[in-house]
Write a protein that binds this ligand. Sequence first.
Ligand code: APR
Length: 234
Amino acid sequence: MKKRLVVLSGAGVSAESGIKTFRDSGGLWEEYDIMEVATPQAWNRNMDLVLEFYNQRRKQLMEVQPNAAHFALAELEKYFDVHIITQNVDDLHERAGSTKVMHLHGELKKVRSTADPDLVYKLNGWELKKGDTCELGSQLRPHIVWFGEEVPMIPAAAELTKTADIFLIVGTSLNVYPAASLVGYVKRGTPIYLIDPGHLAVSHIPNLTFIKEKASVGMERLKEILLKLADKNQ
Ligand code: APR
């Protein structure tokens, strides 16, 4: 029986694919004001700007590839029952071959009805325009969780986190809630690994091994550690 590895990933795991993180220097939130492009109020106030912001990110996503960190996570599925809970809205985990990916904050390549949030569609191409409507005739919006909106996947993510035999945090500043609160659902005594080149306030996290590297390097280090673990348990 494979041990369950649950992963909480953030923008840092896609950084080496060329996608900007949010809070690093030069990050996305330095270029744009969150309140202008990533809130329901922004959508009501300036739909064109919000549509353009996500169109640009969707366009970039079509030009980038998964990186070594994404592929290393996919490869670990040979040895572990890997479940990825990602804050990322890109599809790079899936394109690298990961088969169980939960998107807490939505997906760039999907859009949804403004009349019925259960009507979610895959967007062909990268552009969503004013006047693009759902089957009910209402304007389509990015299928993204904006600041101030509910995070519907959180209960499922918390339940999944409780079942982890090993928990990995990679490429997230743990600044945003409720995603960051998932660490609190890890069963007592469960080994937690954190891969990040930056400084994080992590003294509150028990059983932590902090691999202070960028994701592509840190994942190689982690694979060595975990494969030794897997051998021992065979
Ligand atoms: N490898 C691994 N980690 C990296 C790398 C890298 N090459 N480069 C940067 N990082 C780390 C940074 O040190 C930082 O801790 O990735 C983290 C990125 O943090 P944020 O920019 O805050 O991104 P994230 O934690 O994913 O943001 C969470 O905030 O804006 C919202 O909804 C958005 O999902 C996003 C959420």
